[in-house]
Design a protein around this ligand. Structure first.
Ligand code: ADP
Length: 476
């Protein structure tokens, strides 16, 4: 309604002006007889004529003035007022369009500028809001925010997924009524109570799955230092915790593996020094044991160094054209002593001059480990067969024995470091528990795979697949 206020005022003024002019005409009409010597009807006619002319003139004048004023002032002001109201209501695209008016449009320019500025600010705000929303949704951690009054006012997708909540279930609720794990509830409570940052690691069990979270809670403080609520960030550290477990296990295993031969060596040496060395038979027997245990220590340290070398950054293989026939011969030569001791034979089936791109020394290491196991876990006088075939772009090498076999349930863990099916037997045969872990590492460094099939009591077959050509130099 404000839109036409000035126009209506001007119309009212024009009417008032007409009335005033007409009134003036009537008043002036009263002096008519004074200036005329006519009387009666003629005078009255002239009087009316004068009145009508005055009236018409008054209306024409008022109309002219009103139109000029309307065009020049009232309509632009009404238009500017209308635009200002539109902008105030949030329509930042509204503009005065005052170009069509003959009007000193400083006000209109200012209003348009305000509109422009507000539109830009609103665009920036929308962009920032979008950016923040994208950031919150794509940050790999769960996020939960509580307002000053203690109820949830924001959560992201990761949080919903972690706890199986939906936004509509959680928004507006207090932290105690969401159903969060107790440790997280306690942390939130501490942040609310102390208005300080709190951080802890918690174990979360959701839907039968356990995971570890690093939970960080902090008060949200506004620009003027006023307290706006709290924010809780949950970061999944399950993988880190598992890695830490593996590391701890590894250190414990290494310590245990090293301690056993060292204890043995120490014990036998002390017994010898205490007098047992006077007996040449016992001396020979104990020195034999000491030698065996030191060999074991030596193998263990060698394997540990090999593994840690492979796991170090920058480990790379030396790829050349390798004759696999020669590699297998070298490996068999390497285990010939063991083969002889158990009267075992290796039967090799391989096409002549089988050439592939590989690291010869590492491939020999792989074959020695597999052949050693085949010997260690087989009875005397049994046979080992090594078969090499080319399948598509891969070389497939199979090492099959007629040994004790491995239960199906053991197969998934076989390539783990220090995993042994029969600890005593492995120890007896001088095994370190690292052989297959090394095999897997080296085969994968060649871009290949290793597979195992076994039947208890009948034997085991390890199958390696390695690309004939390396696409690019592999490194682990
Ligand atoms: P180890 O030094 O104990 O032989 P490996 O990593 O080479 O360690 O092998 C892990 C375990 O897998 C062995 O302890 C053994 O129980 C089992 N294993 C490996 N190869 C064979 C095989 N050819 N036949 C039966 N069991 C095997």
């Amino acid at each position: 309604m404000t839109g036409g206020l000035y126009s209506r005022l001007i119309i009212a003024c024009a009417i008032l002006l007409s009335v005033l002019l007409t009134g003036l005409g009537i008043v002036l009409g009263q002096f008519f007889p004074l200036f005329s010597n006519e009387s009666g009807l003629d005078l009255q006619r002239k009087y009316w004529l004068f009145l009508i002319v005055t009236l018409v003139l008054a209306f024409v004048l008022a109309f002219f003035i009103a139109t000029r004023m309307m065009l020049q002032y009232a309509r632009p002001i009404d238009q500017v007022t209308k635009t200002a109201v539109q902008i105030a209501r949030g329509d930042y695209l509204a503009r005065t369009q005052t170009d069509e008016f003959e009007f000193d449009n400083e006000l209109a320019v200012a209003i348009d500028k305000i509109g422009n500025n507000l539109q830009e600010m609103s665009m920036l705000r929308t962009m920032e809001k979008e950016r923040l929303k994208t950031l919150i949704e794509s940050m790999g951690s769960g996020l939960l925010m509580f307002g000053r009054e203690g109820s949830v006012n924001l959560l992201n997708g990761v949080f919903e997924k972690t706890f199986g909540f939906s936004k509509s279930e959680v928004i507006g609720k207090t932290f105690k009524s969401i159903g969060l794990p107790t440790d997280i509830e306690n942390l939130i409570e501490e942040v609310f109570m102390t208005e300080q940052v709190h951080e802890k690691q918690v174990r979360v069990d959701v839907g039968g799955v356990s995971s570890y979270m690093s939970v960080y809670g902090a008060p949200v403080i506004g620009h003027h230092g006023n307290w706006l609520g709290i924010i809780v960030v949950l970061h999944d550290i399950t993988k880190l915790v598992q890695l830490e477990e593996v590391r701890k296990d590894f250190v414990a295993n290494v310590s245990h593996e090293l301690r056993t031969p060292v204890t043995s060596i120490k014990g036998f040496t002390e017994t010898l020094l205490d007098g047992a060395m006077e007996d040449p038979v016992i001396l020979k027997e104990f020195l034999g044991i000491i030698q065996k245990e030191s060999d074991r220590l030596h193998y263990l340290i060698d394997d540990l160094l090999a593994l840690s070398g492979m796991e170090r950054d920058g480990f790379s293989l030396q790829f050349t054209a390798v004759n696999l026939n020669a590699v297998i011969e070298d490996a068999i030569r390497g285990v010939s002593g063991k083969l002889e001791r158990k009267s075992m034979d290796v039967l090799v089936t391989i096409p002549d001059d089988f050439i592939l791109e590989a690291d010869a020394d590492r491939l020999i290491q792989v074959m020695v480990n597999l052949l050693s196991n085949a010997i260690n876990y087989s009875k005397e006088q049994t046979k080992i067969t090594v078969t090499v075939k080319k399948r598509q772009d891969d070389a497939v090498i199979e090492v099959r024995d007629e040994g004790i076999g491995i239960a199906q349930s053991e197969l998934p863990r076989l390539f783990e470091r220090f995993y042994r099916v029969d600890r005593a037997r492995s120890r007896e045969s001088g095994g370190t528990g690292l052989g297959l872990a090394i095999v897997k590492h080296l085969v994968e460094a060649h871009g290949g795979t290793v597979d195992v099939k076994s039947v208890m009591g009948q034997g085991t077959a390890f199958q390696i697949r390695i690309p004939m050509q390396q696409v690019e130099k592999q490194s682990v």
